[in-house]
Design a binder for this molecule. Structure first.
Ligand SMILES: [Fe+2]
Ligand SMILES: [Fe+2]
Length: 194
């Protein structure tokens, strides 16, 4: 790492998040098919960790990056990306209320991994190239700072309101609350029409 955070442009920042998600995914893949209590606990931890990272990342993209792409660069790509976020969000909600010992848990994790890897490939292959072509370095550094600010608004634990146990996970669980909290904080919803 030769650049400080204040010099990092938005493409560097979002790409670094993508690499971190993939590190967690690789560890999860290594645990597929295993059901020791320690392994199940680790699966839960990793899924929770990647979920909070993905939620922060996606909300920051949707509020600070995609609107600029939509207005000035590539409307279709922005819409496509939002659709992919919504799909992954549904998978994360299913995982949130599923016990890691459930025979379907690994299958759902594999679905999330597939969805996010596909999405990342799309963003990096098309949107990020377009961003660097359409905006100045200064604008891209400023966008990175905006993204950092949004990510800092979210709670740092995935389940701030309930104990970390399968029994208390409900259909409209803490992930939904977290998403609402973060989107409200970013949009100022409730204070003005957005
Ligand atoms: Fe992304
Ligand atoms: Fe994205």
């Amino acid at each position: 790492m030769t650049q400080t955070d204040s010099q990092r442009d938005v493409v560097d920042l979002l790409s670094a998040d993508h690499r971190e998600f993939d590190r967690i995914f690789t560890e999860l893949e290594g645990l597929f098919g295993q059901s020791d209590p320690d392994v199940l606990r680790r699966k839960r931890e990793l899924v929770d960790e990647v979920t909070i990272g993905l939620v922060k990342h996606s909300v920051a993209e949707e509020t600070r990056v995609y609107p600029k792409v939509e207005q000035q660069v590539d409307r279709e790509e922005a819409e496509h990306s939002k659709h992919e976020h919504a799909e992954a969000e549904e998978t994360m909600k299913r995982l949130e209320r599923m016990d890691p010992g459930d025979p379907q848990f690994d299958t759902e994790v594999a679905t999330l991994i597939r969805e996010i890897r596909h999405h990342v490939e799309h963003e990096e292959g098309r949107m990020f190239t377009e961003l660097r072509a359409a905006f100045t370095r200064e604008q891209l550094v400023e966008m990175a700072q905006d993204v950092e600010r949004v990510k800092a608004m979210a709670p740092t634990r995935p389940h701030p309101m309930t104990p970390n146990e399968g029994a208390v996970r409900t259909v409209a669980g803490p992930l939904a609350s977290l998403l609402d909290h973060l989107r409200d904080a970013v949009s100022g919803r409730g204070k003005r029409e957005s």
